[in-house]
Ligand binder design. Structure first.
Ligand code: F0G
Length: 364
């Protein structure tokens, strides 16, 4: 909350001097950013309490994912440049954010989605925020190729992460982590799909290091779903498959910059199976009270893999951590976006009569 205006400030007002905006930029915000950094003692315990583990819960953003950080910057600058229509390809979260910020700005919005592969909550968001929803009978990578062709249309602004303004906004998550911890963590773990977010975090950490607001940069560790792991396998995956639909991507747009981030930071990329992802999603909800969507849980699944000496790879950055190190895991989106994938695995609720004895008998 900004004490002077008594309203929530978004990432542009919080980090204005480090973003490509000027006084005449119309700030289109929903009060995004400033998301919780939640310490997880139970994850720390998996490393014998040698390190402190934190969850950066991006599901707390206004549309329920980290995309809002990039969208406020991209949409504000698009408005300043005179765009009237926003367009994006999406596995769901970008389209939800684009549609919301378009509504806020008064611009039109069209979203291209892989037909039948989007979590229901995200489709509902695009519709209710008033976007034109266009289903394409192909995967995300094909949708993004169409959007690339529309880039040159006058008054149209593409708000995928191929628009550099998106990454500028998303780098603010790294600023927040350093501002809260007092320095950069030793490791930062996050899920990787189109690879924009890992690129943006790395940019943010580097900028803070250059400004001496951090004494170091973290090793960046990315996790892809095993069936959609182009960077890990070092080849395009023509038909990526994972139930974590947000990261069902076979040819990431920010592949090159993500590889640079991994190399320069001394980090690593690894894979997690869908079973590991769903187990981690349930674990972090049931143990820490944080409900993240499946793709987000890839960072938790990845942490669990790396914390286990019998499962991690020989060069795992977690094996070489000094004691007292901080580790941050980004949980990129809210679990409520995709309840179907959870309900599939839920047992039926217990049944009781409407009296105390009946309920108590179930508790014993
Ligand atoms: N987690 C969630 C919840 C996402 O929605 C995405 C990407 C990622 C992780 C991966 O981030 O692409 O920057 O590597 N979602 C995009 C979308 C592709 O269209 O919503 P990334």
């Amino acid at each position: 909350m900004n004490p002077r205006t008594n309203r929530s400030i978004g990432v542009i007002d919080r980090y204005r001097s480090l973003l490509p905006v000027d006084e005449s930029t119309p700030v289109i915000t929903l009060g995004e950013g400033s998301t919780p950094l939640i310490e997880s003692r139970k994850l720390s315990a998996l490393l014998g309490n040698r390190c402190r583990v934190f969850l950066k819960f991006e599901g707390a953003n206004p549309t329920g994912s980290f995309k809002d950080r990039g969208m406020t910057v991209a949409v504000s600058l698009a408005a300043q440049r005179g765009a009237t229509t926003l367009i994006c390809a999406s596995t769901g979260n970008t389209s939800a954010a684009a549609a919301a910020y378009a509504a806020r700005s008064g611009m039109r919005c069209a979203v291209l989605l892989p037909a039948g592969k989007i979590a229901l909550g995200k489709i509902a968001q695009a519709f209710v925020y008033g976007a034109k929803v266009i289903a394409i009978d192909d995967n995300f990578d094909a949708c993004l190729n169409v959007v690339r062709e529309l880039q040159k249309e006058p008054t149209v602004a593409v708000v995928n992460s191929i628009n550099p303004d998106r990454l500028e906004g998303q780098k603010t998550a790294a600023f927040e982590v350093v501002d809260e911890l007092g320095d950069a963590p030793a490791l930062h773990l996050l899920p990787v799909g189109n690879a924009g977010n890992i690129t943006a975090y790395w940019k943010g950490y580097q900028e803070y290091r250059q400004l001496n607001r951090a004494s170091r940069t973290p090793r960046m560790v990315g996790f892809q779903a095993a069936g959609a792991a182009p960077i890990f396998l070092d080849r395009v995956i023509p038909a990526p498959e994972t139930a974590a639909s947000a990261i069902r991507i076979g040819n990431p747009a920010s592949w090159g910059p993500a590889k640079t981030a991994l190399q320069e930071s001394g980090g690593a990329i690894d894979i997690v199976s869908d079973d590991e992802i769903f187990a981690a999603q349930r674990w972090v909800a049931a143990n820490e009270g944080v409900f993240a969507e499946p793709a987000s849980a890839a960072s938790v699944a990845g942490f669990m893999k790396c914390a286990d000496p019998s499962r991690r790879c020989s060069s795992c950055p977690m094996a070489q951590l000094p004691d007292e190190s901080s580790i941050v895991l980004t949980l990129t989106g809210h679990g409520l976006k995709d309840v179907a994938s959870v309900l599939d695995q839920c047992p039926a609720p217990l049944k009781a009569e409407a009296n105390k004895e009946s309920v108590l008998s179930l508790l014993s």
